[in-house]
Structures are given as structure tokens and as C-alpha cells.
Design a protein around this ligand. Structure first.
Ligand SMILES: [Zn+2]
Length: 556
């Protein structure tokens, strides 16, 4: 037993407990935060944090860190991975599992969710995540373009069959939640559709995108999955898609729904160039709909690579690939992915508006508990750029100075020049910690209350907020000091986070037959649990979270 550690005198930001910059001591022991012990109890270690900012370890709910598409990106962009993806001003980095963990830890992150685990790829995704040090990781399983689900809907097998299949999938893939990508789009693409509207039917199955969305959302609610259905809307990136996004918010029917990388879905087709911001309309709709949460998917300028399960969108965007190469793939008729390198440029009209739209959404959605901090890494920008985004949100003068250096026509159109709001440290702790953890049902983190794991980030205040958040002063992971003054001290294995067992149903027998008939992969090899205890790469702590009826209550 390591004994009790006392973090003394830091300014604490813990929104889950309403603590906004109070000077407080925090105690932890055996990796868990404890109440202040009495005077007689021996304190094994004391660290003076006077003048420092103290928050829970940050939680990223949407960052592509592992799995097939990430590896395809590495494969086709070896020239990018060194210079652009993981490097910081101070040093180069590799786009490797190891540097993913190290770079996140340096910024004070302790939990990251890979948001697009294709079920037949789940084993690979988990093996790769097991190789990422320090941070705990989880995945969201993708359904919606998979043949099995579309058959269930086509054959009108009823909501119960969908619920059983979703439960079985979350269990087999050991994921923390469910994602749908342009519902049905990857399937429609294979029948030569090049766009799919919410009320359009997926060819062959005769099932609309809306029906897929509604069935999956209902399943997530009925199964008590804590995180609402994670929705990548139809028509990503297209001018005028604001109408689709508003229709999707309507389609949620008041049930919980999370809209991901909403910046890419907030484009209006008005104006001289047929492209302008729809952020005000989206923010207004989110403000009015308490069942909706969103993450932004902020764009920052520079070279990156876009990774998406939206094969339809990626195929349509192949002409803008820079460098000029792209991959679109399909796996086991489940959907697949598209990978397109891309460089966002400040001189470019559209890129400038994309940058502005993301910030407008952050600043126009009133409630920081419902708008989360993401760049859809690496789609809008690699996660290594987060400190710059913090700076843009917290400092209006800095924001204006960057805006004035961008495409002047787009800058003139942007609403940003009239928005004075700045995020406080408390707001930042909400969007990057408390709200993110709460949304995922990760009750033991995102806050600093008694019983929480001792994942604690400490920052040294600096005028340059980019610098302040690039390298934390301390990071404790389960009470172990893993970063000091931005340097990695140790690289413990992170945990795999998933949901508790679902009730067993008979659907596995039907799936066994289906796999035997159609899949190249055997069902037992599809199930991640087959390998959890036998494969040395996979061996790491496995933490399963309780289901919660917070979503189900809306269904009844
Ligand atoms: Zn994404």
C-alpha cells in the first residue's frame, strides 16, 4: 500500500460537485480519491500545488485512435504520420499506439473513446487499444449499414429482435455504446446510390434511413445503455445539410440522442458561393432540445487525414484528396470506411468558414454540459492540437487575431466577430471532463469526488493558454504520477472499458447460422471475449460499467 497522498492548495475545478476554482486539498489512496483524513492519520506524500489549476483527468468521447481505418490511414500516408499527426512544436512524434497514449497524457487526458468500431474489426481495435499506454480506452460499435440489421428491418421482425441484436453486438464487441453512420449509407453506396436522405430507402432492403435511426435509438434506450445513440447524420460536409441535421433532431422524437462532429453538419447553402454557416440555426435547435447532446469536430488549419465510416461521403470527396490518394473499403457487408488525406488552409474560403462554424457552435450552444470538445481527431485536426482549441475558446482577443489572418471574405461572413463569449476554466472542465464522462456513463471519473479514481490533471497557469494546456504540470493515473512538467514518468497499461453483461437471448443461434452462411470470419472469432484471457496482447484490466436507466425512462 502506497499510503495517502495529499495534493495541497491547488485551485480546483470540479463541476460535477459545483466546485469552481476553490482552493482545496485532494487526498487519494490506492488509486482512489478519499475524504480528508483526520489529524492523526499519516500522510505518506504531500505535493504543494499552490497557484496551480486542478481538474479531473480529461475524457475524449470521439477520437479515432485504433482499428482498421486508422491503420489504412497509416498505410497510405506514411509521409504524413511523422511531420503532421503526432508532432508538437517541441518534438517529432510517430502516429503509433505508444505516442497516442503519451501525447494524450501530456495534455492531461486519461480516457479516450474510439468512436467507430466496426464489429468485425472489434478484435483488432481492442488489440491496438491494449497497446496504447496510460489512458483507458473504450469503443463505440457501428451498426446501421450491416446486412443482418437491414434484414431484420426488411423482414419486419420487430423492435425486440433489433434490441437483442444490439445487445449481442455490444457484448460481442465489448463496446461502451452504439454509433450509426449516415444510417444505411454504406449499404446504399454498394447499390450505386451516391447520396441518401433521411426518408430515402436503402435499395434492396426497402428500409429508410430514418427507420434505421429510430430502431437503433430505441434499442439503446430500451437496453439502458448510458450513452445515447451516437449519430453521424446524413449528408456530411454538404452545403445545405443544416436541414438534414435539424430533421434528425426532430426525428429523435424527444429521446436522448448524441450528434457527433456537428460542425460538419451545420452548413447552409445560402450566399454568393452557396456555402455559409448554419451554426446559429443548429445551436438554437440544440438549445431548445434538452434530449440532444453534440460534439463539435472542430477544424484547425494544417495537414491531416480524414477517416470515416461514411464511405458514400468519402467516395464523393475523393477529388479533394491531398496528397492525391484515397481508399474506400467494405468489410463483411457491415460497412467499412474511407480514408482521404486533406489539408485545411486559412486562405481557403470554405476551410475558414468550417473553422468559424465549429467555434460558433461551441459559443452559441448555451449549456456546456451538452456540447463536447472534439476535433473528430484526426478529421478536423489531430488531437495533438487541442491546446490551441482551448486557447480559441477561452480568449476572444486571440480568436479575433486568428480570424483576421484568415480568408477575409469568409471572416466577414462569420458570426464570430460579434461573439464575445469566452469559456471559463469551469466551462472547460465541464466540456472536457464532467459532461463527457457523464454522457458515457463513466461514473468513476470526470470528477474529483470521494470514490472517483485518482485521475487528476494539474496545470501551471500561463498567459499563453496553448502552452498551458499542451503540457500539464502533473498527471496522476489511478494515483500514479505519470507526467511531470510535460515529461512522461511512466507508461502503465490502461484499462478496457465496456458495459456489463446483457441478458442472454436466443439471437446467437440465428447469428451462428448467419455467420456460417455469409461471413468469412467465424462467430467465435468475432467475439472479443474469446481472446480476452488467452491472448497476451489483450491482457489488461477490464472494467465493466453498469447500465443506467436514465435513457430508458424516456421510452416509457
Ligand atoms: Zn469520427
Amino acid at each position: 500500500m502506497a499510503g495517502i497522498t495529499r495534493l495541497k492548495g491547488g485551485r480546483v475545478y470540479d463541476p460535477e460537485h459545483g466546485i469552481d476554482g476553490e482552493v482545496r486539498d485532494i487526498y487519494f489512496c490506492d488509486g482512489v480519491i478519499i475524504a480528508a483524513p483526520d489529524q492523526q492519520t499519516r500522510i505518506a506524500r504531500e505535493i504543494d500545488l499552490t497557484g496551480k489549476v486542478v481538474m479531473a483527468g480529461a475524457v475524449d468521447i470521439h477520437s479515432h485512435i485504433a482499428g482498421g481505418n486508422v491503420n489504412t490511414s497509416r498505410l497510405i500516408t506514411p509521409d504524413l504520420r511523422r511531420e503532421h499527426m503526432m508532432s508538437t512544436a517541441r518534438r517529432p512524434g510517430k502516429w503509433s499506439a505508444r505516442d497516442t497514449g503519451r501525447r494524450y497524457a501530456q495534455m492531461g487526458y486519461t480516457t479516450v473513446v474510439e468512436p467507430a468500431v466496426l464489429p468485425s474489426n472489434a478484435l483488432h481495435a481492442h488489440m491496438e487499444m491494449a497497446d496504447i499506454p496510460i489512458i483507458d480506452t473504450a469503443g463505440l460499435a457501428v451498426l446501421g449499414s450491416d446486412d443482418f440489421l437491414l434484414r431484420l428491418l426488411r423482414d419486419k421482425r420487430g423492435q425486440q429482435a433489433v434490441d437483442d441484436y444490439v445487445a449481442w453486438t455490444l457484448d460481442a464487441t465489448r463496446c461502451l455504446g452504439l454509433k450509426v453512420i449516415n444510417a444505411g449509407g454504406a449499404s446504399a453506396f454498394k447499390f450505386n446510390a451516391r447520396s441518401l436522405q433521411l426518408d430515402e430507402e436503402v435499395p434492396y432492403y426497402g428500409v429508410s434511413s430514418r427507420a434505421i435511426l429510430n430502431a437503433l435509438q430505441m434499442a439503446v434506450c430500451k437496453l439502458n445503455v448510458p450513452h445515447p445513440l451516437h449519430v453521424h447524420c446524413n449528408n456530411l460536409g454538404l452545403p445545405g445539410n443544416v436541414a438534414t441535421t435539424l430533421a434528425t433532431i426532430e426525428a429523435a422524437n424527444g429521446l436522448p440522442m448524441h450528434l457527433t462532429h456537428i460542425q460538419f453538419h451545420s452548413y447552409s447553402d445560402e450566399g454568393k458561393h452557396g456555402f455559409c454557416s448554419g451554426a446559429a440555426r443548429i445551436a438554437e435547435a440544440i438549445n431548445a432540445a434538452s434530449n440532444i447532446t453534440a460534439d463539435v469536430g472542430q477544424v484547425l488549419f494544417g495537414q491531416t487525414v480524414t477517416i470515416s465510416g461514411d464511405v458514400m461521403r468519402q467516395y464523393n470527396a475523393r477529388a479533394v484528396a491531398s496528397p492525391s490518394k484515397w481508399v474506400v473499403s467494405d468489410i463483411e457487408s457491415e460497412g467499412g470506411g474511407g480514408v482521404i488525406p486533406y489539408a485545411y488552409k486559412g486562405a481557403n474560403f470554405i476551410n475558414t468558414l468550417q473553422w468559424a462554424i465549429g467555434l460558433e457552435l461551441f459559443l452559441l450552444v448555451d449549456d456546456p454540459w451538452r456540447i463536447f470538445f472534439t476535433t473528430d481527431s484526426p478529421n478536423g485536426a489531430p488531437f495533438t492540437r487541442y491546446p490551441e482549441l482551448v486557447h480559441l475558446l477561452m480568449d476572444a482577443d486571440y480568436r479575433m487575431s486568428v480570424l483576421s489572418s484568415l480568408n477575409p471574405e469568409a471572416a466577414e461572413l462569420s458570426l464570430l466577430k460579434d461573439i464575445k463569449r469566452e469559456y471559463s476554466l469551469y466551462d472547460l472542465a465541464i466540456t472536457t471532463r464532467a459532461a463527457a464522462a457523464r454522457s458515457m456513463g463513466l461514473t468513476d471519473r470526470g470528477h474529483l469526488g470521494v470514490g472517483a479514481i485518482a485521475d487528476i490533471a494539474v496545470y501551471s497557469p500561463q498567459d499563453d493558454l496553448t502552452k498551458m494546456f499542451a503540457r500539464c504540470a502533473w498527471l496522476f493515473k489511478n494515483g500514479e504520477a505519470v507526467v511531470r512538467d510535460g515529461e512522461i514518468l511512466s507508461e502503465p497499461k490502461g484499462k478496457m472499458l465496456s458495459l456489463t453483461d446483457f441478458e442472454r437471448t436466443g439471437i446467437e443461434q440465428e447469428l451462428q447460422k448467419y455467420f456460417d452462411q455469409y461471413f468469412t470470419l467465424k462467430l467465435k472469432h468475432f467475439k472479443v471475449s474469446t481472446f480476452l484471457n488467452s491472448d497476451p496482447v489483450m491482457q489488461r484490466a477490464d472494467q465493466r460499467f453498469e447500465l443506467s436507466d436514465s435513457n430508458r425512462s424516456h421510452v416509457n
